[in-house]
Write a protein that binds this ligand. Structure first.
Ligand SMILES: *Cc1c(COP(=O)(O)O)cnc(C)c1O
Ligand code: SF4
Length: 344
């Protein structure tokens, strides 16, 4: 085993130095970052990081840097405006037919670009039993709510027993048809997707898992096996990714990522434009650049592999598709080379 393949998650600058993923000279800076934002890198992800290469796409996602200490004037603590749509602790109700339920603020990894980075972390309190019951009562009392989306944090860091209790409670709410979990766990901590977890997700409702991944290298053999266990248990999976400068902002990298999802029977769902979270300027690119990339995907990839490119409008207005548009002045534009000659 190499110095950078630890057996447990790295959770502090000292851990990063010990694992050879940060130099002792970087400690002061990293301690300053750690004072603001949580750090965690699972063994599976640490093992993928090429030490000494700050441009490595896995390192960029999970290794803290001094760039995070700079907040630009347009960045906000709550970039997508969850707070103004939270009627009760742990619940965000922005759309009539669905709610986000956040039973925990913990994640298996802490992404340096996270749009909820001011809220997530191991110190952030999870919902206790009474708070969870109150949130579920809110759903129970509103027949217009047809879908409960478990988010956080990452709901799959909870034990199978706790997940099972939440899923079973939602199962008793007659007007809810759909349960959705947004998670990185299947790839970043695949060992959690064991028989007990799969059993905990068994429900009469239509339950979906939306997998967050941003680079094809995140798909390790163990991670792919964890996805196969979920899909094999009859759980449909969808994807969400964030378009990130230096991680996946070129068409070949995006293509490889989307093909990885599809090969795991995971239908690409959303490609998010990066949000205005504090200290994340180094990850952002322009909408026009994003549109250019997405347009090229159209010509290169199966329709099955096409995600919807969306932007969460700051201030709580929700997600909107941001193109690209293909129709111009009554004509159809060549969508990124679809109309090119094919070599036979
Ligand atoms: C993203 C989000 C949802 C889910 O939106 P979909 O477009 O259905 O995936 C629901 N509620 C909130 C508050 C959200 O941010
Ligand atoms: S797993 Fe999701 S919620 Fe957690 S740090 Fe990453 S982006 Fe944020």
């Amino acid at each position: 085993m190499t110095a950078h393949a630890p057996r447990r998650s790295l959770r502090s600058p000292a851990d990063l130095v010990a694992a050879g993923l940060a130099t002792p000279q970087a400690r002061d800076t990293l301690d300053a970052v750690a004072a603001h934002y949580a750090i965690a890198i699972t063994p599976e992800m640490a093992e993928l990081i090429a030490p000494g290469d700050p441009g490595d796409p896995i390192a960029r996602q999970f290794l803290p840097t001094d760039a995070e200490l700079v907040t630009t004037p347009d960045e906000r603590a709550d970039p997508i405006g969850d707070a103004r749509h939270s009627p009760i602790k742990g619940l965000v109700h922005r759309y009539p037919d669905r709610v986000l339920l956040k039973p925990t603020h913990a994640c298996p990894v802490y992404c340096r670009f996270c749009f909820r980075r001011e809220m997530v972390g191991p110190g952030g309190e999870a919902l206790d039993a009474a708070e969870l019951a109150a949130a579920l009562d809110y759903v129970r009392a509103r027949p217009a709510i047809r879908e409960v989306i478990l988010s956080g944090g990452d709901p799959l860091v909870l034990s199978a027993r706790r997940i099972g209790e939440i899923v079973a409670a939602i199962d008793t709410i007659e007007h809810v048809d759909v349960v959705r979990l947004h998670s990185r766990v299947p790839l970043v901590d695949p060992g959690r997707i064991d028989d007990a977890m799969v059993a905990a997700l068994n429900t009469r409702k239509a339950l979906f898992v939306v997998l967050h991944a941003n680079h094809a290298r995140e798909f390790t053999p163990a991670g792919r096996a964890a996805c196969a266990r979920l899909v094999g248990a009859g759980i449909p999976m969808l994807s969400q990714s964030v378009l990130l400068r230096g991680v996946n902002d070129d068409v070949a990298t995006l293509e490889a990522l989307l093909r990885s999802f599809l090969a795991c029977r995971i239908k690409p769902y959303y490609l998010h434009h990066p949000d205005l979270a504090p200290g994340t300027a180094g990850f952002r690119l322009g909408i026009e650049e994003g549109q250019r990339l997405v347009r090229q995907l159209r010509g290169r990839l199966s329709g099955l592999a096409q995600p919807l490119y969306v932007l969460d409008i700051p201030g709580g207005h929700g997600k909107v598709p941001v193109g690209p548009g293909y129709l111009r002045d009554g004509g159809v534009e060549d969508p990124g080379g679809t109309l090119h000659e094919i070599d036979r």
